[in-house]
Design a protein around this ligand. Structure first.
Ligand code: SF4
Length: 180
């Protein structure tokens, strides 16, 4: 499968304006002047009931045909990649004239893959979901390479919450004893 991916909120400045003139201006101006109709996000899970990817593929094709720039993440993006929609050459065959003109001028494809649904590569988002979100919902995300280290970090987090709730100690001996 061939695809172009790796776009982020940060590096799209560079793609749009170059190293010394990075900005959203080319995008904004071409939305205002009617070459690009708008920007549409098509993200998230696939649904086998809807024909395994068929829904996302049809949706994205129709959007770019009608001059909407598409932003994708997650499994929706993978399904579109399998159909070749993340290959600029294929997407240009379908895209409307205005969208095609702008994308070719600035060197971006009509469908921008901004990463996995759980990892956009953005440091502020990573900080939020691994730290700050805990104050709001009590849980948080973690990115740990070793599966046992990951399990132990999750168990330690649960133990911390058990302690706050003043729950009973675990009834039976634990392979990984409480750390708090
Ligand atoms: S990776 Fe993301 S998009 Fe894919 S099934 Fe999981 S939550 Fe859904």
């Amino acid at each position: 499968m061939e695809l172009v991916a790796g776009f982020t909120a940060e590096n799209i400045f560079y793609h749009l304006g170059g190293k010394f003139r990075g900005s959203y201006r080319p995008l904004n101006e071409n939305i205002q002047n009617g070459r690009i109709r708008g920007v549409a996000g098509v993200v998230g899970c696939d649904n086998p009931k809807m024909g395994s990817g068929a829904y996302h593929v049809a949706l994205v094709k129709e959007l770019i045909k009608n001059d909407c720039l598409v932003i994708q993440t997650g499994c929706a993006a993978i399904e579109c990649a399998k159909e070749g929609l993340l290959r600029p050459e294929t997407a240009f065959e379908i895209a409307g004239d205005g969208l095609k003109e702008v994308c070719k001028a600035v060197g971006i494809p009509p469908v921008l893959h901004v990463g996995a649904c759980v990892d956009t590569g953005s440091q502020p988002l990573t900080d939020y979901i691994t730290k700050d979100i805990e104050k709001l919902v009590g849980g948080k995300w973690a990115f740990i390479e070793d599966p046992l280290d990951a399990a132990h970090a999750m168990i330690a987090h649960i133990d911390k919450k058990r302690k706050v709730l003043k729950l009973q100690p675990m009834l039976y001996t634990q392979a990984f004893p409480a750390q708090v």
